[in-house]
Design a protein around this ligand. Structure first.
Ligand SMILES: *[C@@H]1O[C@H](CO)[C@@H](O)[C@H](O)[C@H]1NC(C)=O
Ligand SMILES: *[C@@H]1O[C@H](CO)[C@@H](O)[C@H](O)[C@H]1NC(C)=O
Ligand SMILES: *[C@@H]1O[C@H](CO)[C@@H](O)[C@H](O)[C@H]1NC(C)=O
Ligand SMILES: *[C@@H]1O[C@H](CO)[C@@H](O)[C@H](O)[C@H]1NC(C)=O
Ligand SMILES: *[C@@H]1O[C@H](CO)[C@@H](O)[C@H](O)[C@H]1NC(C)=O
Ligand SMILES: CC(=O)N[C@H]1CO[C@H](CO)[C@@H](O)[C@@H]1O
Length: 769
C-alpha cells in the first residue's frame, strides 16, 4: 500500500508519497533541504483546508500531485480552531497544534509527512511598527519554536534577521534576487504569488502562465531549491471567514486549480511541464557546480546563461530579463534566440526543451450553464429594531444599554456582521434644536450604515475606494415627544493584516449629533444607547434552516428591490458532477445559505471599476496585482460556489437569501461550471501537443490552422500561410475522442509549408460536449 505523506509547514502544508512510512530525517545545508540525507528540489503549493470542503480534498491533492507538486503547504487557521480569545496566545495555540501533530505522528521525524514548520507570518514586514518590542518577540518565537522539539526545521518568511537554525525564506512575485544571509541556509521561496486576491469593487486579477513560469525558472536558475505557490488552490471564503475589509467570498487567486478545484489551463499544465523538468534535473541542480556566463553587451544580469555541472552531466538555463527584446546569443558555438522576459531550459545544455514564454498547453474555456431555470420564491421582512421610552426601564430581549458609543468588534465578539445602535431623543418646541426636520451627522468606522429616524429609513452609505471610515448625514422628520434613532452598522470582513490590526476600531464611535435648521447642535455620543447584535432572521429565528413552522409569505407579491428582505426557495440538485454555482447577478448585498450552509457574503450590486482592464494581458515585465485584470464595470462577484457536499444527493435543496440592500430574486439561477471548449496555440518544435476535453467528447472544430495564424482563444485568425490539411488532420486525430495528441510537425499536416522567417505554429479551437 502506498503511504501518502503530507509535507507541512506550520503556517503554511507540504506532500509527497513514499513507499513506506519509516521515519524521515529532514535537514538542510546551504544548497537544499535534505530528506534522509539527499538534497531535494521541492515544488510545493498552498491549499488552505477551510477554503474548500473535506469532500474536495482528495481531488485537490490528486490534481496537485498530477500537476507535478511534491508538497502541499497550509496555514493552520487560528480563527477556525480558536474563535474565542484566551491569554498568552501564541504559545498556547502553537503548543496545542504541535501536540496534536505529534500525537498523530505527523512529523517526518515520526514517520509522518510534515517536513517543515513555520512560525509567525511576515512579521519582518511589520516589525518596525513594534519598536523595541519586535526583537524580543522574534527571539522569543525562535526559542519557543526550538523548544517544541518537532524534529524538522523551522522557517520564518520575510524575516531577514531570523537567527539560525530558523531558515529565513522569501515571499513575493519574484525571488530570484533573494540572497540568504548565511551560506549554510538554502534558498526557499514560501509565497510565490500565482495571482492575487480580490476585493469587492475590484476587477479580477490575473497573472499569466508565462510570467509565473518565468519567476519559477529564474528562481531555480539562481540556486533556488524549494518553492511554494501561494495559492495553488485558493478556494472560497465560506460564511463570514473572509477578511479584509472587503475581501470577496471567492478566493480564486487565479491559482493553477480554480476556486472549484478544476485545473486552470494553461497555467496548471505549463507549470506541470516545468516541475517535471526541474525534478528530472534534481541531482545536478542540487549537487552540481554552478557557473554563470554573462552577455555584457545586453547589460549585466539582463541575459545570463547558467550552467550546473555534476559528475560529467550538465544542465543549462538561459534567462532573459529584458522585457522588450528577444536576445540572440551564442553559447558554445551554437546560436539561440531567447524571447523577451523568458527562461529557456536545456537539460543537456544543447536543446531547448522548455521556454517559459512558449505555452504548449491547452486553454480551458469554462462556461456557466443553467441547471434550474425558474425558481419559486417565498419571502419575509427582517424587522427594523428600535427602542422606545418604556424600554429604558425594561430592555427588550438581547438589548444591552451603555451611555457611550461602543466598538462593534467588542460588542459582537465578531459573531455577526451586524450591530444595531439605538437611542431615543425627546424634542418639542421649547427645545433649542427643535425644527420640523433635523440632520443626523455622524462619523463611522463600520463599513456600511443604514439609518432610521422614527422607524423610517433615511439613508444608507458604504465605504468605498479603500476608505473604511466615512462621514454620513441624513435628514429626519421630527415629531413631538420621543423620537427614535436606529443605526445598523455592518462590517464586511475585518482587517486581517498589518501591525496592530487587532486594535483597529469598527462601528459608530462618534462624533454623532443632530443639527437643527438654525444650526443648533445636540451631541448624542453620551446618550443612552441600546445595542443589539445580529439579525432577527439569523440569531433569533434561524431562517436559514428549513424548518416548517417558520411563516413565510408568497409566492405572490414578491418584493423586488426592497431592503431587509429574506427570500426562500428550493431547487433540484444538478445532475452530473460538475461544480455548482449560484448566479446572484441581480441581487444587492447579503448572505446566501444552501441547506443551512452559509456559502458566503454576496455583494453583486457593488460593481468593479470601469477602468483598469487590459484584454491583452502582456506578460512582459514585472507583475503587479492590477497589471492584468478582467471583468471591469461588472458585479465584483456574480457566481457563488455551492460545494457538492452541501447538496442533497437526490431531491430538493433549500436556498435562503438575506437581502440587505434590495435585489431581484427572479433572476437568481442555479448553474453548473462546464468545460465548453478548449484552445491551443503552440509552436512547432520537438513536442507533441496533448489535448483533452476532460471527461467530455471533442465534437466540433471551430478553428484550426497550421501555418502562421494570430490572435487569441475565441478570436484566432488565419495568416497568409495555412496548411490546407489543418482541419482534416485535427478531425482525424481528435473528433469523437476525449483526448488526443498532435505531433506539431509538417508530417501531421502533410505539407512542407514555408512560413518565411516565422516559426510554424498551430492554433485550434475545439468544442467539448
Ligand atoms: C544577491 O547577490 C548577488 C550576487 O552577490 C547580487 O548581485 C545581488 O544584488 C544580491 N541581491 C540582493 C537582493 O541583495
Ligand atoms: C557518476 O557517474 C558515473 C558514470 O556515469 C556513475 O557510475 C557514478 O555512480 C556517478 N556518481 C554519482 C555520485 O552520481
Ligand atoms: C551564429 O550567428 C553568427 C552571427 O549571426 C553567424 O556568423 C554564425 O554562422 C552562426 N552560427 C551558427 C552555427 O549558425
Ligand atoms: C462577547 O464576549 C463577552 C465577554 O466574554 C460576553 O459577555 C458577551 O456576551 C459576548 N457577546 C456576544 C454577542 O457573544
Ligand atoms: C527530439 O527529442 C528526441 C527525444 O528527446 C531526441 O532524441 C531528438 O534528437 C530530438 N530531435 C530534435 C530535432 O531536436
Ligand atoms: C520579496 C519580493 O520578491 N517582493 C516583491 C513582490 O512583488 C512585488 C511586485 O512585483 C515587488 O515589488 C516586491 O519586491
Amino acid at each position: 500500500m502506498e503511504c501518502h505523506r503530507m509535507f507541512f509547514v506550520f503556517s503554511i502544508i507540504w506532500f509527497a508519497s513514499y513507499l513506506n512510512c519509516q521515519s524521515t530525517e529532514v535537514s538542510y545545508d546551504g544548497r537544499a533541504l535534505k530528506i534522509d540525507g539527499e538534497r531535494k528540489i521541492i515544488n510545493s503549493g498552498s491549499i488552505h483546508y477551510p477554503r474548500s470542503t473535506t469532500e474536495m480534498w482528495p481531488s485537490l491533492i490528486k490534481n496537485a500531485k498530477d500537476g507535478g507538486l511534491d508538497a502541499i503547504e497550509t496555514y493552520v487557521f487560528w480563527n477556525a480552531h480558536e474563535p474565542h480569545r484566551r491569554e498568552d496566545e501564541v504559545k498556547i495555540f502553537t503548543t496545542l497544534i504541535v501536540d496534536m501533530m505529534k500525537k498523530e505522528k505527523l512529523f517526518a521525524s515520526q514517520g509522518g509527512p510534515i517536513i517543515l514548520a513555520q512560525i509567525e507570518n511576515e512579521f519582518g514586514d511589520v516589525a518596525n511598527k513594534f519598536g523595541n518590542d519586535a526583537k524580543p518577540y522574534l527571539n522569543w518565537n525562535v526559542k519557543f519554536a526550538e523548544s517544541l522539539n518537532i524534529g524538522v526545521p523551522w522557517i520564518m518568511c520575510q524575516q531577514a534577521d531570523a537567527p539560525e537554525p530558523i531558515i529565513h525564506t522569501c515571499n513575493g512575485y519574484y525571488c530570484d534576487g533573494f540572497n540568504q544571509s548565511s551560506k549554510t541556509i538554502p534558498k526557499i521561496w514560501t509565497e510565490n504569488w500565482t495571482g492575487w486576491f480580490k476585493d469587492w469593487g475590484s476587477p479580477d486579477p490575473h497573472r499569466t502562465a508565462e510570467d509565473v513560469a518565468f519567476a519559477v525558472a529564474r528562481f531555480f536558475q539562481f540556486e533556488g531549491t524549494v518553492q511554494n505557490y501561494y495559492m495553488y488552490h485558493g478556494g472560497t471564503n465560506f460564511g463570514r471567514t473572509s477578511g479584509g475589509p472587503y475581501i470577496t467570498t471567492t478566493y480564486d487567486y487565479d491559482a493553477p486549480l480554480n476556486e472549484y478545484g478544476l485545473v486552470n489551463q494553461p497555467k496548471w499544465g505549463h507549470l506541470k511541464q516545468l516541475h517535471l523538468l526541474l525534478k528530472s534535473m534534481e541531482k545536478i541542480l542540487t549537487y552540481g557546480d554552478k557557473s554563470d556566463h554573462q552577455y555584457e553587451e545586453y547589460g549585466k544580469w539582463q541575459m545570463s546563461a547558467t550552467i550546473y555541472d555534476y559528475n560529467g552531466s550538465r544542465v543549462c538555463f538561459f534567462g532573459n530579463a529584458d522585457k522588450d527584446r528577444d536576445l540572440r546569443i551564442t553559447f558554445e558555438g551554437r546560436n539561440y534566440t531567447v524571447p523577451a522576459w523568458s527562461v529557456s531550459v536545456l537539460p543537456d545544455c544543447e536543446t531547448v526543451v522548455y521556454n517559459t514564454a512558449h505555452v504548449h498547453t491547452q486553454t480551458n474555456v469554462l462556461d456557466k450553464v443553467n441547471s434550474v431555470t425558474s425558481l419559486e420564491w417565498q419571502w419575509r421582512v427582517e424587522p427594523i429594531q428600535h427602542i422606545s421610552q418604556k424600554h429604558h426601564t425594561k430592555p427588550p430581549k438581547g438589548v444591552t444599554f451603555a451611555t457611550e458609543l461602543l466598538d462593534q468588534k467588542t460588542v459582537t465578539n465578531d459573531t455577526s456582521d451586524y450591530l444595531w445602535y439605538m437611542t431615543t431623543v425627546d424634542l418639542d418646541e421649547s427645545d433649542p434644536i427643535w425644527g420640523r426636520e433635523v440632520t443626523l451627522k455622524l462619523h463611522t468606522t463600520g463599513h456600511i450604515i443604514h439609518a432610521f429616524f422614527n422607524r423610517k429609513h433615511i439613508g444608507s452609505k458604504y465605504a468605498q475606494n479603500g476608505h473604511f471610515e466615512f462621514d454620513f448625514e441624513a435628514i429626519g422628520k421630527v415629531k413631538h415627544g420621543t423620537n427614535t434613532i436606529t443605526l445598523l452598522s455592518a462590517t464586511v470582513g475585518l482587517q486581517n493584516y498589518g501591525a496592530h490590526y487587532d486594535h483597529i476600531s469598527n462601528g459608530i464611535l462618534g462624533p454623532i449629533k443632530l443639527v437643527a435648521p438654525n444650526n443648533e447642535e445636540m451631541d448624542l455620543s453620551k446618550n443612552k444607547w441600546g445595542y443589539k447584535v445580529g439579525l432577527n432572521g439569523i440569531e433569533e429565528r434561524q431562517l436559514f434552516l428549513d424548518t416548517e413552522h417558520r411563516k413565510w409569505r408568497g409566492p405572490e407579491n414578491l418584493p423586488v428591490n426592497r431592503m431587509f428582505i429574506w427570500y426562500k426557495t428550493s431547487f433540484d440538485t444538478p445532475s452530473a458532477d460538475e461544480p455548482v454555482v449560484l448566479n446572484l447577478e441581480d441581487m444587492g448585498k447579503g448572505t446566501a445559505w444552501v441547506n443551512g450552509n452559509n456559502i458566503g457574503r454576496y455583494w453583486t450590486s457593488y460593481f468593479s471599476d470601469k477602468n483598469g482592464c487590459d484584454s491583452k494581458c502582456d506578460y512582459h515585465g514585472s507583475y503587479y496585482s492590477s497589471k492584468c485584470q478582467t471583468n471591469c464595470g461588472t458585479p465584483s462577484q456574480k457566481w457563488y460556489h455551492i460545494p457538492r457536499s452541501f447538496l442533497n444527493k437526490d431531491g430538493k435543496n433549500n436556498l435562503v437569501l438575506f437581502e440587505e440592500f434590495g435585489g431581484n430574486p427572479e433572476n437568481v439561477r442555479v448553474q453548473t461550471v462546464s468545460l465548453v471548449k478548449i484552445c491551443a496555440f503552440a509552436e512547432e518544435g520537438n513536442t507533441t501537443l496533448d489535448l483533452s476535453c476532460q471527461g467530455k467528447t471533442m465534437t466540433h472544430i471551430n478553428f484550426a490552422s497550421f501555418g502562421n495564424p494570430t490572435g487569441v482563444c475565441g478570436a484566432f485568425n488565419k495568416g497568409n500561410f495555412d496548411s490546407p490539411n489543418s482541419v482534416s488532420a485535427i478531425q482525424d486525430a481528435c473528433i469523437g475522442k476525449e483526448s488526443c495528441s498532435i505531433d506539431l510537425s509538417t508530417k501531421t499536416f502533410k505539407a512542407a509549408l514555408n512560413c518565411g522567417s516565422e516559426k510554424r505554429r498551430l492554433a485550434i479551437e475545439i468544442l467539448c460536449n
